[in-house]
Write a protein that binds this ligand. Structure first.
Ligand code: ATP
Length: 222
């Protein structure tokens, strides 16, 4: 049977803070979520939060197979403290042939190891959050940003004063800064792919995509 997108099934291994937030959020979004932890107390505490919760040791290949781990579209390894268990679990999942493995890392070496053994995506929640907070604190106009690569980002910027009451064309953002406006947030409203003749208002937040240097230049405009 082909799995359609909104029937995507997720398994989350490890119910620390990160794992339980990911599991709860996915479940609240309407997805089927299996949560796995070796600690029985954690399993009991979590039993009403997601579709299924089971107690198992994820470093044991047999247990993973019995849980039908291969049927899941995405498996998240959210074991933080026990680095060995984190790596062993990722390795077992890879050996079994799980389609998409997301592994959590706490430090750069762990990111390297998990990538080398074949995790499809490595997340480092503490590093990423720290980066985001630092960026937000350091810049006056940037509300939020997502790094797409080393050079490119998407950023939310309060509209520079010089652009208020100008249309996007008049602001010259594309020609002058090589920046594209992908959305404008105006109060509760979001204008996606705004037209070139859309006028920027005071208090608008523009969502832009472009090179980091150009975004920095734009956000430091008064
Ligand atoms: P966070 O920063 O997300 O809170 P944490 O430090 O709380 O991370 P850990 O303490 O490592 O994360 O907890 C992750 C969970 O993973 C724990 O509940 C632990 O019982 C579980 N866990 C650890 N090893 C295994 C394993 N081999 N199989 C299944 N679950 C495991």
């Amino acid at each position: 049977m082909e799995v359609v997108n909104n029937n995507k099934q997720f398994a989350i291994i490890g119910l620390g803070r990160f794992g339980s937030y990911v599991a709860k959020n996915l479940y609240d979004m309407g997805y089927d979520v299996l949560a796995i932890d070796k600690n029985m107390q954690k399993v009991e505490d979590f039993s009403y939060e997601v579709t299924h919760v089971v107690q198992a040791d994820s470093t044991d290949e047999e247990s993973l197979r019995e849980l039908g781990i291969l049927n899941f579209d995405v498996v998240v390894v959210a074991i933080g403290e026990d680095i060995e268990a984190n790596i062993m679990t990722t390795l077992q999942l890879k050996e079994i042939g799980v389609k998409y493995i997301v592994a959590m890392a706490r430090n750069p070496l762990q990111i390297k190891v998990l990538t080398k053994i074949g995790a499809d995506r490595v997340v480092a929640p503490e590093r990423d959050m720290a980066q985001r907070v630092a960026f937000n604190l350091a810049s006056t106009n940037v509300m939020d940003y997502i790094e797409l690569s080393k050079e490119f980002s998407i950023a939310e910027i309060t509209v520079p004063r010089a652009f208020i009451n100008k249309t996007l064309v008049e602001s010259d953002m594309r020609a002058k800064y090589n920046i594209n406006v992908v959305a404008i947030k105006r109060g509760d409203k979001v204008i996606i792919s705004p037209r070139p003749d859309e006028k920027l208002h005071q208090n608008d937040i523009v969502v832009v995509v472009g090179e980091n240097d150009n975004i920095n230049e734009l956000e430091s405009l008064d």
